[in-house]
Design a protein around this ligand. Structure first.
Ligand code: E4P
Length: 221
């Protein structure tokens, strides 16, 4: 399972890339607004940190032709390569745009996915990733983890080359569950990454090793 960072905060991206096995960054208009930076400023800053890792940038247009133009414009403006994924919401116009963007030779992440059928249709349209929103599903009384699991099963059953990028996580258990269900990738906030690796018994274990070992570890380095 791939881990991606769901943030447009440069300090967070810097730290996550420095410490953890992160394979890319996902952004969306809301995350961009939180960063308080314009697209033209933030994307080059993120790219400089990313090297050859993936970047997923969401289009804002509503009509498919405009989504395609927008996706191409970002590709050219930021000189993006095959690590660029165009994030397209799975509206009717979005599904058409997925086909058009793929035909134009770009990668696609279908986003704002809430059902198995939206995911299947996006995959059939050519999406490389589909991003089901786990916590937003939980918040409307649905089962986000089950939706992810159904999509994974569907793609396997129909031998579709599309990957599931679980998104919108608000607790460690949601990430734990989707990872057991075969989710191919997850995109997580800075806070969730830190919660994932934190355990009081680990901290206590390290503190005990330090106390016990200090008198005996006598080789300088
Ligand atoms: C996915 O690509 C979205 O950026 C994201 O995970 C949505 O999460 P939220 O529900 O925390 O806004």
């Amino acid at each position: 399972m791939k881990y991606l960072a769901d943030t447009a905060n440069i300090d967070e991206i810097k730290e996550l890339l420095n410490y953890l096995p992160i394979e890319g960054v996902t952004t969306n208009p809301t995350l961009l607004a939180h960063s308080k930076k314009k697209l033209s400023q933030i994307i080059p800053e993120i790219l400089q940190l990313l090297g050859d890792k993936m970047i997923h940038i969401q289009v804002m247009s509503e009509k498919s032709e405009d989504m395609l133009r927008e996706a191409k414009r970002y590709r050219d403006y930021f000189q993006l390569n095959e690590k660029y994924f165009v994030k397209i919401p799975v509206t009717k116009e979005g599904i058409r745009a997925i086909k058009m963007v793929k035909e134009a030779g770009m990668n696609v992440t279908a986003t704002a996915v809430f059902t198995q059928q939206q995911a299947l249709i996006a995959a059939k349209a050519g999406a490389d990733f589909v991003a089901p929103y786990v916590n937003r599903l939980d918040n409307i009384g649905a089962q986000g983890v089950n939706v992810v699991s159904d999509i994974v099963k569907t793609f396997t059953l129909h031998s579709l080359p599309c990957n599931v990028l679980g998104a919108s996580f608000k607790n460690v258990n949601q990430v734990y569950q989707v990872s057991l269900n075969g989710c191919h990738a997850v995109t997580l906030s800075y806070e969730i990454f830190n919660l994932l690796i934190k355990h009081p018994m680990t901290d206590k274990g390290v503190a005990d090793f330090t106390k016990d070992g200090i008198p005996y570890y006598d080789i300088q380095f």
